[in-house]
Write a protein that binds this ligand. Structure first.
Ligand code: GDP
Length: 176
């Protein structure tokens, strides 16, 4: 009997990006257990946890809050994390610069060096969402320049579920 491998993934991003919605969507997709319905999801105060089994592995997700005063908490999780998901609200052009700066700060941390980074251009179900190419240009450059071992920007709708399975699979393949 081989021991199941366990991986830890942290889900980061500004408040309102869709981190909690994403985690609930992942849980529903992979465990068949319905998570919180979207109208029950409020701002993340502490953190939300989710675990899924995929292949022979178990992935544990931490959805850390996105409010500014919680960003310092993120740092405690970097050393334990095998991968990072950074969720971007693709409809929020007004906060794109704040989002970019926040991402850059994450990537500048030593503990993050060499870890696979998945950036999700979320809320693609809304017509006002920025195209993934636009987000790619800005964010993937930061990831590459600042030493991500692997990085990718993918379009998703955490709410509708589009792209979520593909993104989990990308992540899983990079954890092996
Ligand atoms: P968090 O603060 O990053 O955890 O964000 P939440 O998961 O609480 O989501 C913030 C708001 O955005 C909620 O009203 C969600 O229903 C909404 N939201 C999240 N993901 C999507 C999405 O893919 N599409 C749309 N249209 N709304 C979304």
């Amino acid at each position: 009997l081989t021991r199941q491998e366990e991986f830890y993934v942290i889900i980061l991003g500004l408040d309102n990006a869709g981190k909690t919605t994403l985690l609930e969507r992942i849980k529903t997709m992979y465990t068949g257990v319905r998570g919180l319905s979207p109208d029950k999801i409020g701002p993340t105060v502490g953190m939300n946890l989710g675990k899924i089994d995929i292949g022979r592995s178990r992935i544990k997700f931490w959805d850390l809050g996105g409010q500014r005063d919680l960003h310092s908490i993120w740092e405690r999780y970097y050393p334990e994390s095998h991968a990072i998901i950074f969720v971007i609200d693709a409809t929020d052009r007004a906060r794109l610069e704040e989002c970019r700066q926040t991402f850059e700060k994450v990537m500048l941390r030593d503990e993050v060096e060499g870890v696979p980074v998945l950036m999700l251009a979320n809320k693609q179900d809304l017509p006002v969402a920025m195209p993934v190419e636009e987000i790619k240009e800005t964010f993937n450059k930061i990831a590459v320049d600042l030493g991500a071992r692997e990085s990718k920007v993918m379009p998703v709708s955490a709410l509708a579920g589009d792209g979520v399975r593909d993104s989990v699979e990308w992540l899983y393949s990079r954890l092996q």
